[in-house]
Design a protein around this ligand. Structure first.
Ligand SMILES: C[S@@+](CC[C@H](N)C(=O)[O-])C[C@H]1O[C@@H](n2cnc3c(N)ncnc32)[C@H](O)[C@@H]1O
Length: 253
C-alpha cells in the first residue's frame, strides 16, 4: 500500500475478517511475572471512576475492570460483536474515535490499547481524548514498544521480517511510536513511559500462524506471509518477545 492509500479500509477489512485477533495473540503473551499486556495496562487505571476504552476491539481490558465503569468504543462491527458478548450492549458504542459521540469532560480515564499507531488522524484522536477527559483525568496507552530487547528476539523478528521482505513493521502513525512528548500535547503531564517485553509462546503451528496473522501487512503478497508463517513455525517450543510500551499521562486539574 503506498503512503496515500487507505489504511482505514485495510483496517476495517482486517478486523472484519479476524475479529479478536489482537487479543488472541497478546492475551497469550506473558511478562516475567506471568502477567499479560492487558493486566499491565489495567494496573495503571485508577481504582474508581469511568473508563472509556478507545479502539477497544474485543474489549479484553474489560476483564480487569468492573463492567459498570467501562465503555468500549470501536468502528469494527465484528470486533464489537465480541465486545458485546463480553460486557453487554450498553457498555459498547460503535463510533470513530476521532469523532466521539460523548460530551466534554465525561470520563475520569481514557484507555487506548494498541491503537494510537493506527487511528488516523492522530491529531483527531488526541483532540477527542483531551475533550472527553475531565480535568485531572488519566490516559493509559499501550503501544508497540519498538526494537526487540534481546539478541535472541532481534534474530527471531529479523528472520520473520526477512521472510516478509520488510525492514520493520509499518504503522499509519509511526510518530506514535516516538517520544510521548511529541504526540501528547501540553495539556498532559506524562507520569510514566515504560517498555516491557511479553513472551509469546510458539507451542505449535497454530500459534505460529496466529502470531503472523496478528500483524498488519498491507500489500504483502500471500506467499511471503506463508513463508513468514513457516519461519515462525520453525520456532516451535520457543517464545518470541513482543516489546510493548505503556504511557500513562494526566491532564492538568
Ligand atoms: C490492534 S486492535 C486493538 C484492539 C484492542 N484495543 C486490543 O488491544 O486488543 C486496533 C483496533 O482499532 C480499531 N480502530 C482503528 N481505527 C479506528 C477508528 N478510527 N475508530 C475506532 N476504532 C478504530 C480497530 O477496529 C481495532 O479494533
Amino acid at each position: 500500500m503506498s503512503a496515500d492509500q487507505d489504511w482505514g479500509a485495510y483496517l476495517e477489512e482486517f478486523h472484519r475478517d479476524a475479529p479478536g485477533v489482537t487479543e488472541r495473540m497478546l492475551g497469550r503473551a506473558r511478562d516475567d511475572a506471568g502477567g499479560d499486556p492487558y493486566q499491565w495496562a489495567a494496573v495503571a487505571v485508577p481504582n474508581d471512576g469511568m473508563v472509556i476504552d478507545l479502539a477497544c476491539g474485543s474489549a479484553p481490558l474489560a476483564d480487569h475492570l468492573a463492567h459498570d465503569r467501562y465503555l468500549g468504543i470501536d468502528l469494527s462491527r465484528a470486533e464489537l460483536d465480541l465486545a458485546v458478548a463480553r460486557v453487554g450492549s450498553d457498555r459498547v458504542v460503535r463510533a470513530d474515535v476521532t469523532q466521539l459521540p460523548i460530551t466534554d469532560d465525561a470520563t475520569d480515564t481514557v484507555t487506548c490499547l494498541m491503537a494510537l499507531m493506527l487511528v488516523q488522524p492522530l491529531e483527531g484522536v488526541q483532540r477527542e481524548i483531551r475533550r472527553v477527559l475531565r480535568p485531572g483525568g488519566m490516559l493509559v496507552a499501550l503501544l508497540s514498544g519498538g526494537a526487540p530487547a534481546s539478541v535472541a528476539d532481534a534474530l527471531r523478528w529479523g528472520a520473520v521480517l526477512a521472510a516478509l521482505r520488510m525492514p520493520g513493521l509499518r504503522w499509519p502513525n509511526p510518530e506514535a511510536i516516538g517520544p510521548a512528548e511529541q504526540w501528547l500535547d501540553e495539556a498532559f503531564t506524562i507520569l510514566s513511559d515504560e517498555v516491557r517485553t511479553f513472551a509469546y509462546p510458539i507451542d505449535d503451528a497454530a500459534s505460529a500462524r496466529q502470531l503472523i496473522a496478528s500483524l498488519y501487512l498491507p500489500d504483502v503478497p500471500a506467499d511471503r506471509v506463508e513463508t513468514a508463517t513457516r519461519v515462525a513455525g520453525s520456532l516451535i517450543g520457543r517464545a518470541i518477545g513482543i516489546p510493548l510500551r505503556r504511557v500513562v499521562a494526566r491532564t492538568w486539574p
